[in-house]
Ligand binder design. Structure first.
Ligand code: FAD
Length: 348
């Protein structure tokens, strides 16, 4: 089947911010066998982008090149390994193609009787983008259950399989992430090591409230449903109010800076990890709120009224409007706290 190619493509519906942007050419990749031809097309274009569901991107301009939308589908229980992987002796391998919607995939794993991904329910986006920023929520990161990533090099089309340990996973980071949205690798599919009997991960405060220790232990599906309820209560739905979730990462500072901030700003939440005693993580949303940004609106660009970490497009904001608001937020957080906020969203 030939590649689906659209010239002068409107990307407004293909990004969660709903930013009006145009690509010189949009290619939709639905069959893995077409991937080498799609890579040839990307190599010949001046500026190009890999696109999943557009949930973590901010278009700041039109794209004078080719956008490759990855729409590969398919999921399977791949098999069982003899050795357990990870803390719950996870040994059932599951594979999903890069274009599968993440949340549907999570529900499907639960329907197979497999657990591990339940805390990551309802994160928007595709399976292929999940390792790119090592998605995480409610006390669990993708990396804890990642087995491997199958990809093609965008430089020469070479196939490669990366074990989880080779993916360079960090806090909202990996070897596949790039500041410009065009990494060196086109991810084709992702494999996960899941379990038939994992321990519930309920240490996150919202989940502790949902499942008090005196109650019977919840099933993985109970946990996924609770996560969905909490997320729907807390986060704006991009279908109703355009946004890309958390705009900035939670900054990690050295421990002495954190001590100074605690002394000067009583009440500042500081997360310390005994395994990394020289560093501490700060909640970006709290820092932004303290600088008075929550609920700010400039034209159609704004900071959500309930959640200072979420920037929103009330209608016709341009990417440059959101970017200018983000830059002013960064400047005020540096001025007040001496802390630099790094965007989690990829600027294109
Ligand atoms: C309301 C909301 C809530 C969110 N909550 C969370 C959360 O709790 N935790 C969290 O971690 N994230 C969260 N996010 C961010 C987002 O859901 C994730 O980053 C998600 O993985 C993005 O998937 P996507 O398919 O939309 O990727 P896109 O936005 O399309 O792309 C993101 C990056 O991945 C690259 N990419 C996409 N597909 C591929 C591929 N096949 N091969 C190589 N590179 C690729 C792109 O080039 C780009 O650099 C949230 C977003 C929204 C809108």
């Amino acid at each position: 089947m030939p590649l689906a190619i659209t010239e002068s493509a409107d990307l407004t519906a293909l990004n969660a911010f709903g930013i009006a942007a145009c690509a010189r050419r949009l290619i939709t990749l639905s069959e893995e066998s077409d991937a080498p031809e799609a890579i040839d097309q990307l190599q010949s274009a001046p500026a190009s982008l890999l696109l999943g569901a557009g949930s973590n991107l901010l278009f700041t301009r039109d794209i004078d090149g080719t956008v490759l939308k990855v729409s590969l589908t398919g999921r399977k229980v791949f098999g069982a390994t003899t050795a357990g992987i990870g803390p719950d002796d996870a040994n059932v391998l599951v594979e999903a193609a890069a274009g599968e919607p993440w949340h549907d995939f999570v529900l499907w794993t639960l329907a197979q009787g497999l657990s591990g991904l339940e805390n990551l329910a309802l994160i928007p986006g595709s399976v292929g983008a999940a390792p790119v920023q090592n998605i995480g929520a409610y006390g669990v990161e993708l990396g804890e259950h990642l087995h491997s990533v199958r990809a093609l090099s965008l430089e020469d089309g070479r196939p490669c399989e990366f074990a989880a340990s080779e993916c360079g996973l960090g806090y909202r980071d990996s070897r596949f992430r790039s500041a410009t949205g065009l990494s060196r690798w086109l991810i084709l599919s992702v494999r996960f090591a899941l379990s038939r009997n994992s321990r519930p991960r309920l240490h996150y405060p919202d989940l502790q409230s949902a499942f008090p220790p005196t109650a019977p232990p919840p099933s993985p599906l109970d946990i996924a449903q609770a996560v969905c309820t909490i997320r729907r209560r807390k986060l704006p739905d991009p279908a109703e109010l355009r946004n890309a979730g958390s705009f900035f990462r939670n900054p990690v500072v050295d421990a002495t800076h954190a001590d100074r901030l605690s002394a000067n700003h009583p009440g500042i939440p500081v997360y310390r990890d005994p395994a990394a005693p020289h560093h501490a993580k700060l909640p970006a949303g709290w820092l932004i709120e303290q600088c008075g940004w929550k609920g700010t609106r400039r034209g159609d660009a704004g900071v959500h009224t309930q959640h200072a970490l979420v920037l929103v497009n009330y209608g016709r904001a341009r990417g440059s409007d959101i970017a200018a608001l983000a830059a002013d937020i960064q400047a005020s957080v540096i001025e007040r706290f001496g802390v630099r906020l790094e965007p989690e969203v990829v600027f294109v």
